[in-house]
Every structure is written in structure tokens, then in C-alpha cells.
Design a protein around this ligand. Structure first.
Ligand SMILES: C[S@@+](CC[C@H](N)C(=O)[O-])C[C@H]1O[C@@H](n2cnc3c(N)ncnc32)[C@H](O)[C@@H]1O
Length: 230
């Protein structure tokens, strides 16, 4: 696959285009308007930079980011993997290409990801010549899976989209519940990481928990890797 692609959609498309538009307008007004303003120009350039970085994340950087997440999940051929909030299949398709048996679930919110939907995932899967993936409509706070049914549960930039703390807690609880003993949960997100780790560290079944900082995404993000002891 080429290094630049729209295949996996633009994350938070409103904010990307708002930052780019605001940056352009304010920069131009600061350069050509009267009176000219250095502060306005700096603000405009900052907004433009944010928009460009978010755009680059969606079209270039996330193709690399997915491999980092899957490496941390310690996948093996045949591992049963759940991709929560799969969107257009970023993690699910890469896991299937590694020989895993993949199930992907999402509620397909268009404001979280441009062109979001099962059809887009299936089109991407075929384009990447990945094996079949079981795709389900559903909400991460009430998933229909048995407890201890996945070797790995992975999620990228999903849980912060849930508005209430209680519902985010339910999402983390559910992801832990469906994980097998010795399984690995990997949550990559741009916010609320302390909330997720606090829940996981309170579990009797928790093994190691590690948090990694990521500075190549915008906004910066962190990845929680939690292993289930039993
Ligand atoms: C920013 S997109 C990320 C998609 C994909 N993980 C990726 O990295 O390309 C966030 C995804 O989370 C999904 N999502 C948000 N809240 C959800 C929920 N409560 N249950 C299931 N999916 C959810 C959205 O529909 C969207 O597909």
C-alpha cells in the first residue's frame, strides 16, 4: 500500500477542516489585514499546523501506528482478536493479515470518522487482500461476547468519544471481561488514560500494566497495555 491513503478515513473530520480553515483565514487576515498582527499570525499558523498534523495522522501516520499497537498486543497466528471501534478496519485488517481470527465491532459514528461503515471496512479488506473478518454492529459498553473469549482486545482512538465517565468505565470493564486469561488488552487513546488504568489496576486478575507515550500522533496519545494474569 502507498504511504499516503484516504482508505481509513479522516478522524474527527470537523476538527481537522475547522483547524485548517481557521488557520488559513486568520493567517491571511494577519498578513494582509490592517492593522497587521504578529499574535494573529502565530495563532493562525498554530491552527494550520494542528490541522495539517491531524490530516497527516489520518492519511499517513496511522498506517504505522496500527503496527505499533498490534506488536504490543503480542499476536500470534490463530489468535482470536477483538477490534473495538474498528471504523474502516484499521486494526482489524492488519490483524487478519497477521493470520489472526478477527472480530470487529463498531457503532459507525460519522462524526468520529469520515466515510465510516461496514461497507468501507469490507472494501478495504478486499483491497488489502486480507482474510475474512467477522464484523458486528454494536456498542462497546454492552458487547454480546462471552467472558474470556479473546486472546487480545485492541482499540484505537475510541473510548474518549464516549461522553460519560460511567459509560467509559463500562467500556473498559467489558473489554477486560471478554479477554482470556494470559490475554492482552491494548487501548490507544488521546485522553482519559488515567481513568482506564485506574479501573484495570483495581482488577484481581490484572498482571502487568504499562503505559507508553506517543508523540507522533496529533493530539499526542498514549497506549495502555494490560495483561490478564488468570
Ligand atoms: C476516531 S474513530 C477510530 C476508528 C479506528 N479505530 C481507527 O483507528 O481508524 C472512532 C471509532 O469509534 C467508534 N465508536 C465510538 N463510540 C463507540 C461505542 N460506544 N461503541 C462502539 N464504537 C464506538 C466510532 O464509530 C468510530 O468508528
Amino acid at each position: 500500500m502507498s504511504k499516503f491513503t484516504f482508505r481509513y478515513g479522516i478522524d474527527a473530520p470537523f476538527w481537522v477542516f475547522f483547524s485548517l480553515g481557521l488557520g488559513l483565514v486568520v493567517s491571511a487576515a494577519s498578513i494582509f489585514g490592517l492593522p497587521q498582527s504578529i499574535l494573529g499570525l502565530l495563532f493562525g499558523l498554530f491552527s494550520l499546523l494542528q490541522g495539517l498534523w491531524m490530516f497527516a495522522y489520518s492519511t499517513i501516520i496511522k498506517i504505522r501506528h496500527r503496527q505499533v499497537i498490534l506488536d504490543l498486543a503480542g499476536l500470534e497466528r490463530g489468535s482470536r482478536v477483538l477490534d473495538v471501534g474498528t471504523g474502516r478496519g484499521l486494526l482489524a485488517i492488519a490483524a487478519a493479515k497477521r493470520g489472526c481470527q478477527v472480530i470487529a465491532i463498531d457503532k459507525w459514528s460519522a462524526k468520529d470518522l469520515s466515510g465510516n461503515g461496514k461497507e468501507a471496512l469490507e472494501k478495504n479488506r478486499r483491497a488489502e487482500q486480507a482474510p475474512p473478518i467477522e464484523v458486528m454492529d454494536g456498542d462497546v459498553t454492552s458487547m454480546p461476547y462471552e467472558d474470556r473469549s479473546f486472546d487480545a482486545v485492541v482499540s484505537n482512538f475510541v473510548i474518549h468519544n464516549i461522553k460519560s465517565k460511567e459509560e467509559r468505565g463500562k467500556a473498559v470493564e467489558q473489554m477486560w471481561w471478554v479477554l482470556k486469561p494470559k490475554g492482552t488488552l491494548v487501548i490507544s487513546d488521546i485522553a482519559r488514560i488515567e481513568e482506564y488504568t485506574a479501573i484495570l489496576e483495581g482488577k484481581e486478575t490484572i498482571g502487568e500494566v504499562e503505559v507508553r507515550k506517543v508523540h507522533y500522533t496529533y493530539p499526542f496519545s498514549r497506549i495502555v497495555v494490560a495483561r490478564k494474569k488468570f
